[in-house]
Design a protein. Structure first.
Length: 231
């Protein structure tokens, strides 16, 4: 079973085109995935750290599998290695800004892998542990490359709460009783999507992030658009 999984198909761009279904899929980790869960998917990008992959290995079921960590080391609040989950963490809005400033090389490699995928073989899926931060910003960048308005990107990002909010509330209640409000509030934010987080990322990205910071050219993006957009 895969948690927090969404097909981006059906999302519309600013110029009236629509993302095809069965092309671009984002999710949480695949450590409990089976063959049926991955039907129609031919390639997987794992955005997690080496430690996360070791603790909960993906089950790619014969699909192409590319581990492309956004960052390699533990990052409390974003990575979810054992021992970090009940630890107080920095403000997530701050972490999102750092993510976009410091991980440009990784995001560039991930986006180029997605764009170069052979969609004739099936969809490509990318994921982190919760399908929220690294996966969420990868998804935001993919949608931005395709010409989707940021209000729509925000709406898709916040859909994670439909899955994660019940888990976040339980974790908050447990930590509140055990460690107090400050700790509980700190860890709670690591499990939810919040408009403040993604807006902090956008602010850190500045103007024309994909072209200027990631150095991905328009002539690289256009063939990708032609493969995954209708209309």
């Amino acid at each position: 079973m895969i948690q927090n999984i969404r097909d981006l198909g059906g999302i519309k761009t600013l110029n009236g085109k629509t993302i095809r279904h069965g092309m671009l899929i984002r999710s949480a980790h695949l450590s409990q995935a089976n063959e049926d869960d991955l039907e129609g998917i031919s390639a997987i990008i794992d955005l997690r750290t080496p430690g996360e992959r070791k603790e909960a290995p993906d089950q790619p079921c014969g699909r192409q599998y590319w581990p492309i960590p956004v960052f390699d080391e533990v990052e409390a609040g974003i990575s979810h290695e054992a021992g970090t989950r009940d630890r107080g963490i920095p403000d997530m809005a701050y972490l999102y800004g750092r993510l976009m400033r410091e991980c440009t090389g990784s995001f560039r490699k991930v986006l180029q892998t997605i764009m170069q995928h052979d969609f004739g073989t099936g969809a490509i899926l990318w994921h982190c542990t919760e399908g929220k931060d690294r996966c969420g910003m990868t998804t935001a960048l993919v949608l931005e490359m395709l010409g989707v308005d940021r209000s729509v990107i925000l709406e898709d990002y916040l859909k994670t709460n439909l899955v994660n909010m019940p888990k976040a509330i339980k974790i908050h209640e447990r930590l509140l009783a055990k460690h107090g409000k400050e700790m509980a509030d700190s860890v709670y934010q690591a499990y939810i999507a919040d408009e403040r987080f993604i807006r902090s990322a956008w602010e850190a990205m500045g103007k024309d992030y994909i072209a200027q910071k990631l150095e991905i050219r328009e002539d690289e993006i256009e063939p990708f658009r032609s493969k995954v957009l209708l209309g």
